[in-house]
Design a protein around this ligand. Structure first.
Ligand SMILES: Nc1ncnc2c1ncn2[C@@H]1O[C@H](COP(=O)(O)OP(=O)(O)OP(=O)(O)O)[C@@H](O)[C@H]1O
Ligand SMILES: [Mg+2]
Length: 188
């Protein structure tokens, strides 16, 4: 019996993860959506956004906001980003991921060559003024007690691959800086 030739597969571009970390309200979700559109339309890339809030509705719905649960949440997102990235997809992660150790674990799991840590940078005072979900106000009123930046820690990256300061211009300007950074790193 003659063996069938395996079907030829289309070559794919290298996938990678864009891991956006930052305080609540710093601009991660806003930039993730803009980056998704830009990478699709201008660069013809397949993109998946892994937004912490969305993942918490499904894969991480059993998790809370303790240190251990936040770490586990980041671990699950890392795994999904890893399998996407190794299949040619750009995984755009929008996750507070407040602990340095979690982000180091993500880098290791996904692979340093496929991991771009982006510090979405805005001071607490600006994030609190923006307060897009009203959570800072709730935390100040004592209605929630595990708000990152107020009661819970945020460990800013010490050596991120890219930093996007979202206080110096609007989302479109930040997107431009992010895309330039990714090009500089040879990812686009
Ligand atoms: N340069 C900028 N980049 C991104 N967002 C900006 C910028 N300037 C102002 N903003 C505003 O800041 C807010 C950021 O909210 P966003 O939901 O993206 O934050 P987040 O980091 O995803 O927060 P969370 O961790 O709570 O989900 C939005 O209202 C956005 O319009
Ligand atoms: Mg968000």
């Amino acid at each position: 019996m003659k063996e069938e030739e395996p079907a030829a597969r289309e070559p794919r571009p290298e996938g990678f993860a864009v891991w956006m970390t930052g305080l609540p309200g710093s601009g991660k979700s806003t930039l993730a959506k803009l980056l998704e559109a830009e990478l699709g339309e201008r660069f013809g890339r397949y993109v998946e956004v892994l937004d912490g809030d969305e993942v918490r509705k499904g894969l991480s719905r059993d998790l809370g906001l303790s240190k251990g649960d936040r770490e586990e949440h980041a671990r699950r997102v890392s795994y999904v980003a890893k399998v996407l990235a190794r299949n040619g997809v750009v995984a755009v992660v929008a996750l507070i991921s407040p602990y340095r150790s979690s982000r180091a674990e993500a880098r290791e799991m996904i692979g340093a060559g496929r991991f771009v840590e982006v510090f979405v940078k805005a001071p607490l005072s600006v994030c609190e003024q923006r307060d897009p979900k009203g959570l800072y106000a709730k935390a100040r009123r004592g209605e929630i007690n595990n708000m990152t930046g107020i009661q819970d820690p945020y460990e800013a990256p010490e050596a991120p691959d890219l930093t996007v300061d979202t206080t110096t211009g609007g989302p479109e300007a930040s997107l431009e800086g992010l895309v330039m950074g990714l090009r500089r790193l040879g990812k686009l």
